[in-house]
Design a protein around this ligand. Structure first.
Ligand code: SAH
Ligand code: DHB
Ligand code: MG
Length: 219
């Protein structure tokens, strides 16, 4: 049987969500407060947060980088996966989002392990290169820059380090034929996938979540 990529069956999602209970009270509060503070409701899904937590734990990450903090929802998941010895450098261009995230990390009891860097990530990332190489890099900011973020990750992840990219399907656009003049996000996401899949630097796949979660191990 050739099963479909992804699972469009709400009953099965309910089964997994109820059993694995990926969203506890702390994460629920972060989601609700982020919306209340006027942040866009675009944090990763509860089960995707669990994917991040498990991946961070599976690779024994101690030093992780997140590009795109928003209200701290995914950051808490990454920190939980790393445990008390983990440090997360997370990058956010919008000071308002960073402020909400700061509160989230405090409420989740992980404030001392989280470093929020405010500003355009491509510039700010340079400031932590001395602390590398890193164990994990989660990309979830502006889609136009995914190829550049991957380039940074290639240079700053250890061998065996894990790269994760949210929105790997680019809201369905990656399923469309390549046009002659792709918009910057499509162009960048395509380059991101090409390098991850065929660049020889990673063993990689895409986990068929709703948004598509690209995952690669640096070889
Ligand atoms: N990872 C978060 C969601 C991130 S949403 C979660 O799942 O909880 C994307 C975030 O990237 C937004 O907060 C946006 O302000 C931020 N962002 C967009 N462009 C950016 C840039 N150039 N540098 C840093 N952050 C950026
Ligand atoms: C958007 C960004 C995301 O990272 C996401 O997961 C969903 C939506 C957005 O910019 O609209
Ligand atoms: Mg996303």
């Amino acid at each position: 049987m050739n099963k479909a990529f992804g699972c469009d069956e709400p009953k099965l999602e309910r089964f997994v969500s109820e059993l694995y209970a990926p969203e506890d009270e702390v994460l629920r509060e972060i989601r609700a407060r982020s919306v209340k503070e006027g942040l866009p409701d675009i944090q990763i899904a509860a089960l995707d947060a669990r994917h991040l937590e498990v991946l961070a734990a599976a690779c024994g990450a101690r030093k992780a980088v997140e590009i795109g903090t928003l209200g701290g929802y995914s950051g808490v998941a990454l920190l939980r996966g790393m445990g008390p010895a983990g440090i997360l450098h997370t990058f956010e261009i919008d000071p308002k989002h960073a402020k909400v995230a700061e509160d989230s990390f405090r409420r989740a009891g992980v404030a001392s392990q989280a470093r929020i860097h405010v500003g355009p990530a491509l510039g700010e990332l340079r400031s932590i290169e001395g602390e590398g190489p890193f164990d994990l890099c989660f990309i979830d900011a502006d889609k136009e820059s995914y190829a550049d973020y991957l380039d940074w990750a290639v240079r700053n992840l250890r061998r065996g380090g894990v790269i994760i990219g949210d929105n790997a399907f680019l809201f369905g656009e990656m399923g469309e034929p390549a046009g002659p003049r792709p918009n910057p996000a499509v162009k960048s996401m395509r380059a991101f996938h090409e390098r991850l899949a065929r660049g020889g630097e990673f063993k990689a796949t895409v986990i068929p979540t709703g948004e598509g979660l690209a995952v690669g191990v640096k070889i």
